[in-house]
Write a new protein. Structure first.
Length: 273
């Protein structure tokens, strides 16, 4: 049974009238644009900003806070400080983790929120597909089904955790470099197995300390990205040759891609770093 057939069956069982209306509106036509689908979903109460949508969004944000608490913990604070200590050392600057605590707290306040928002956006994208697949379910059943399945797989937790770890190190380096007056930063790609082409191309790209790199990031923080940044006081060449050793760079190369394909067919071919 194709997904379209499954949707049709659910709808037929649930409400022939709605099925007919949707059919007439062309909702199941392959040529129906996403915008038009969104309009139809809106009209029948499942669209963005609708009651169910908002309900799921709230549930999603709540659940993501739970994940954030697991990810943004004492350990990520250690990673953050590690990054800061490392960059301070390489730049020849004394580093006191006690003086540095307000910066760390600020980071967690802001980045914690960013993480939660990011997760919610991913969930909402998925929500749209789920709604189409399980269209015939009533609101309560749908919310339960979606809520139970959407984000806590061990795979996803692992990805989030690993990403947060690298993000914390990179953030620590960036915040410390900025604090001590570094002038420029230079993107360095990790030697990982499955690079994002655009990140690979950015290797050696140097911008001002407050400027964004050409991919719009202040420092590497995409999911699964293991790129890093070198900082310089002079803006001419590197004072620091990115001596932050990344354990995972030396791990077996096939690990991550295999996991991702298993976990989500959609992620196949996804660039990792
Ligand atoms: Zn990268």
């Amino acid at each position: 049974m194709t997904p379209e057939d499954a949707v049709m069956k659910l709808l037929q069982d649930w409400s022939p009238d709605v099925t007919t209306l949707l059919k007439q509106a062309g909702y199941f036509s392959p040529s129906m644009s996403e915008v038009a689908k969104e309009e139809i979903a809106q009209k029948i109460g499942f669209g963005k900003g609708g009651r169910l949508y908002n309900k799921i969004k709230a549930a999603s944000a709540e659940k993501n806070w739970e994940i954030a608490k697991i990810v943004i913990n004492e350990e990520s604070l250690i990673e953050l400080k590690q990054g800061a200590r490392q960059v301070a050392k390489e730049l020849g600057i004394p580093f006191s983790e006690f003086d540095w605590n307000p910066v760390a707290q600020k980071y967690f306040k802001e980045e914690g929120l960013k993480l939660v928002k990011g997760l919610t956006a991913t969930d909402l994208k998925r929500l749209k597909q789920e709604i189409q697949t399980h269209f015939g379910l009533n609101e309560k059943t749908f919310a339960r089904k979606y809520g139970a399945s959407y984000s806590c797989s061990p795979y996803r937790m692992k990805t989030i955790f690993r990403t947060e770890k690298f993000r914390a190190i990179n953030a620590g380096e960036y915040l410390e470099a900025k604090e001590v007056g570094a002038v420029t930063k230079t993107w360095q790609h990790s030697t990982g197995p499955n690079p994002r082409k655009d990140h690979l191309a950015m290797t050696g790209e140097t911008v001002g300390i407050d400027e964004l790199f050409s991919d719009g990031e202040q420092y590497p923080q995409m999911v699964n990205c293991r790129c890093r940044v070198d900082y310089s006081f002079t803006g001419k060449g590197r004072n620091w040759a990115g001596a932050n050793p990344r354990k995972s760079d030396s791990q077996p190369k096939k690990e991550t891609p295999v996991e991702i394909q298993k976990a989500s067919p959609k992620a196949k071919g996804e660039k990792l770093h």
